[in-house]
Design a binder for this molecule. Structure first.
Ligand code: HEM
Length: 379
């Protein structure tokens, strides 16, 4: 498809797909033509892709997850406010605690000599890290994990489309966060919720609704993706024993190995946009209002951009993959995801010298059609 039909209309899904690196990058970058406000509707026709050259402004009752489904100017405002609480420096300060949590999780399983990398390790780690960052008291952790599971399970495509169980979980979680926000307004702590309350610029502060939807976005955008990054890393290294060996001999290659996993098995394969007007790309005319899928996973394997794109090479340099997106919406959590992956892999490589698959059963893909990972990885 990337070579023969690089821009393609998929009838059953009523979406346009783009596969080539340059096209994917321009779709992600060009927010004026490719909007993130998913609920845009064509003005004179309900069917996506039905045409018309104008789209209405977004439905403000959309709810869902802020930031990722907004365009400028609102996106710019919100992003600058939440970025204040999410700086690379703040993330780097989490390292000692992430190291501690990583070892605690590995301690629990190391006695038996067997583990499911996903269920026992790469799934709980990011959930606990986010809970602690937000300042969720440890006695509420299980409850939080349950809500988080429900909300994440429903958000298959980042667009905030929810089942009724998920809607219930989301509203219970919102009530819970409301009480934490009220409490932190009176007694600020050294946590993300207090920082979000305090974040303000010359024009405004975050509203309670902004904070609630940002918290929900963090769960959806940050947890399963990081789980799959760690899972995909271990899987790719086990599938390529020469690369695993090289990494054991040269641990300084770890950051570049993580970038190669992000390219080779991108945890999020695609992002969605809506054509804000009639727009042409790769010689195809995409009508206003059409859903457009930018396949980052395909772009990251584009031979025009990456030499031997099908080869897993932990020394690849340069490696301009777009697994964290590109442009305005570039992943806010990239420093955290990279840090968690680095800490996790360091500990796994150090503590598990005999790392190997427990069996050769076929692996089951993680659920969700834009997600790339496995649901379990017995080691
Ligand atoms: C946005 C991927 C981890 C928070 C994005 C986008 C991608 C992405 C592709 C861009 C979406 C778009 O263009 O529409 C990933 C991957 C991760 C990861 C592959 C792990 C390997 C995280 C973590 C967090 C996070 C750990 C936070 C705890 C966010 C947020 C946005 C975002 C808040 C929205 C930014 C905006 O719209 O301005 N992520 N992400 N992500 N990510 Fe991540």
């Amino acid at each position: 498809l990337r070579s023969n039909q690089p821009v393609m209309y998929m009838e059953p899904l009523q979406t346009w797909s783009v596969f080539q690196y340059d096209h994917v990058k321009s779709v992600l970058f060009d927010h004026a033509n490719f909007s993130s406000e998913h609920r845009l509707k064509p003005k004179d026709g309900p069917a996506p892709g039905a045409g018309g050259d104008h789209v209405d402004s977004p439905d403000s009752s959309a709810g869902g997850f802020s930031l990722i489904t907004l365009d400028p100017p609102r996106h710019t405002q919100l992003r600058s406010l939440v970025s204040k609480a999410f700086t690379p420096k703040a993330i780097a300060a989490l390292e000692p605690r992430i190291v501690e949590l990583t070892h605690e999780l590995l301690d629990k399983v190391s006695a038996s000599g067997e583990m499911d990398l996903i269920g026992d390790f790469s799934y709980p780690l990011p959930v606990i890290v986010i809970a602690e960052m937000l300042g969720i008291p440890s006695e509420d952790r299980e409850q939080f994990k349950h809500w988080s599971d429900e909300v994440v399970a429903s958000a298959d495509n980042f667009a905030g489309e929810q089942s009724s169980e998920a809607a219930d979980a989301r509203s219970a979680m919102d009530d819970y966060f409301r009480s934490i926000i009220a409490e932190r307004r009176l007694n600020p702590q050294d946590d993300l919720i207090s920082a979000l309350i305090a974040a303000e610029d010359s024009q405004q502060q975050l509203s309670e609704k902004d904070i609630l939807s940002f918290c929900a976005l963090l769960l959806v955008a940050g947890n399963e993706t990081t789980t799959n990054l760690i899972g995909n890393a271990v899987r790719s290294l086990l599938d390529h024993p020469d690369q695993l060996q090289k990494l054991r001999e040269q641990p300084e290659l770890l950051p570049s190995a993580i970038e190669e996993v992000l390219r080779y098995r991108s945890p999020l394969q695609a992002m969605f946009r809506t054509a804000a007007r009639d727009v042409e790309i790769g010689g195809q005319k995409i009508p206003a209002g059409s859903r457009v899928v930018a396949w980052m996973g395909a772009a990251n394997h584009d031979e025009q951009k990456f030499e031997d794109a099908g080869t897993f090479d932990i020394t690849r340099s340069p490696n301009p993959h777009i697994a964290f997106g590109h442009g305005l919406h570039f992943c806010l959590g990239a420093p955290l995801a990279r840090l968690e992956a680095k800490v996790a892999l360091e500990a796994i490589l150090e503590r598990l010298p005999d790392l190997a698959r427990a069996n050769q059963e076929p692996l089951t893909p993680a659920r969700g059609f834009i997600v790339h990972g496995v649901s379990s990885l017995p080691l």
